[in-house]
Write a protein that binds this ligand. Structure first.
Ligand code: GLN
Length: 534
């Protein structure tokens, strides 16, 4: 059996449970263990795929086509853990499985209840990651201790510990130790109360990780240890990091968190080598090549989490080029109403990310035209590629009403159109073209130079695509198809011949970028921006 670590959160949300969980996984992997990760989310949507990015932040897509919580992005980026559909379960998903089973007569006349049926299903989802090749499964419980919705999940992990024992399952509780400015003091009471809530339902944390703005004193640790029933060396401090979230694992290792975890799970310590990670952080702190300004022109700009993986991937590209990437977040609708220079003057690169619906499209088209006409490096992703095609068709090929049928069904020039397979689809959840698909790259293109490989695989999440009926007319004016599906039917990448670096893709490269290995398209986009800025 695999060993299990459960991470819960207390006091407030947004404490960075995902980053903490991913940091723990990284340390354990570096000590030689195979780790799988999972997030259990207490909301009723079956997955976050139907939620607005403003509700939930970005929808992270896994290779197997899962539309999942953005914390899975941290798991893959930090720890190199491969996630799949079993890495994210919601209350909605658990209930829909139980209810379908009930409709099929699967409960043989029994009354179906939260306990044991829902909690059993939760335990089954945890065990779905348990296999002989996985040493440790790390499960993050979404929400905050004390939420009504979290209760079945907490009850399930309590039972899990009871059934599998403390050598096979441990609880880490992430909590907040706030600094009260007026009193000039840090307060441990909210954490004591949060542990109290867990204790009421039979969970006593083995390790307490305390988020704080200032260093904690021994007194604070002693107090928390005494009142929360946790040995003092297992009260770990997670102070806000100065430069980069990638410093968190190093900080946790400095306090021997990973050693303590292995001790509790009765696993040998092994060696820990973080030298490459530390070198990477040094690059983040002191880049050698100055700063580049990259504009991200989107419609969910107000919420940073909505483009999480894009911003992270730009950061990785900065590390790869030893340059600080300064992100200028541009609200497409505002750009639409203003002079383009007001928002984009002086930028070294322009990125248009994915999205849905027609709000902000004219602003995105304006930004793309500006990039194309001024030779500013451009990276278009998914909707960003579709907009690049529309802009080129309208302003270079003279198809003035060119559009995507997502925005205008009546257009005479549907350069972006619904995929054939999508025409009969009516349900919204999980029905797009999702997950990893192979793509074949044309030799001699910028895409080929970036990837250094003609056969790639990237993740998708869209319904519309490049309409090949217009391929010839666009090509004549210099829009080159640089990547297609293996049978040539679907256009996956385009680029402009008469431009230093104008590349767009139908897939989402941002999901596969990591701090130690920036995605090649992001890396070369930032490299081109660096050259442009010189
Ligand atoms: N709305 C577009 C489509 O469905 C693009 C989707 C995206 O950018 N993820 O094809």
């Amino acid at each position: 059996m695999s060993k299990h670590i459960f991470i819960t959160g207390g006091v407030v949300s947004s404490l960075g449970k995902g980053i903490t969980a991913a940091s723990v996984a990284l340390l354990l992997k570096r000590r030689g263990y195979t780790v799988s990760m999972q997030k259990l989310d207490p909301y009723l949507n079956v997955d976050p795929g139907t939620m607005s990015p403003y509700q939930h932040g970005e929808v992270y897509v896994t290779d197997d086509g899962g539309e999942t919580d953005l914390d899975l992005g941290h798991y893959e980026r930090f720890a190199g853990v491969t996630c799949n559909k079993s890495s994210n379960y919601t209350t909605g998903r658990i209930y829909s499985t139980v209810i379908s089973r009930e409709r099929e007569g699967g409960y043989l006349g029994g009354t179906v209840q939260v306990i044991p049926h829902i909690t059993n299903e939760i335990k089954a989802s945890i065990l779905s990651l348990d296999d002989p090749d996985t040493d440790i499964v790390l499960t993050e419980i979404g929400g905050t201790a004390g939420d009504i919705e979290s209760l079945p999940f907490l009850e399930a992990i309590r039972q899990f510990r009871h059934e599998f024992g403390k050598d096979n399952s441990i609880f880490i509780h992430l909590t907040l130790v706030p600094y009260i400015k007026a009193a000039g003091e840090m307060k441990t009471k909210p954490s004591q109360q949060s542990v109290g809530i867990l204790r009421e339902i039979g969970i006593i944390p083995d390790i307490l990780i305390c988020r704080c703005e200032h260093p904690m004193s021994d007194d604070h640790k002693q107090k928390l240890s005494l009142f929360c029933n946790v040995p003092q060396e297992l009260v770990i401090e997670e102070q806000d990091v100065e430069n980069s979230i990638y410093e968190v694992p190093v900080e946790l290792a400095r306090q021997n968190l990973d050693k303590h975890i292995l001790g509790l799970l009765k696993l040998p310590e092994n060696q820990l080598d973080m030298s490459d990670w530390e070198a990477m952080i040094a690059d983040v702190i002191k880049p050698k090549n100055g700063i580049v300004d990259i504009a991200v022109v989107g419609k969910y700009i107000k919420l940073r989490d909505a483009y999480k993986s894009i911003y992270e991937a730009l950061g990785h590209a900065g590390i790869a080029n030893s340059v600080k990437v300064n992100i200028r977040m541009v609200e497409a609708e505002e750009l639409e109403k203003s002079a383009v220079d007001e928002f984009l003057f002086g930028v070294d690169g322009i990125l248009v990310p994915g999205g849905f619906g027609d709000r902000g499209i004219p602003g995105k088209l304006k930004a793309i035209r500006y990039a194309r006409e001024n030779n500013i490096p451009f990276l278009g992703i998914c909707l960003g590629m579709q907009c690049a095609v529309i802009e080129f068709a309208r302003n270079v090929c003279g198809m003035t009403d060119a559009d995507s049928t997502e925005f205008n069904r009546q257009t005479n020039h549907p350069v972006i159109d619904l995929m054939e397979a999508q025409k009969t689809v009516t349900a919204k959840g999980g029905t797009m073209r999702l997950g990893a698909y192979p793509c074949v790259i044309k030799e001699g293109t910028k895409a080929a130079a970036s990837y250094g490989n003609l056969k790639i695989s990237e993740r998708h999440r869209h319904r519309y695509e490049f309409n090949s009926a217009f391929g010839q007319r666009l090509a004549e004016k210099g829009l080159k198809v640089s990547g297609t599906s293996p049978n040539g039917a679907l256009v996956e990448m385009i680029e402009l011949e008469a431009h230093p670096w104008f590349v767009a893709c139908q897939f989402h490269p941002e999901f596969k970028s990591t701090p130690l290995k920036a995605h090649p398209l992001f890396r070369d986009f930032v490299k081109a921006a660096l050259t442009y800025g010189d």
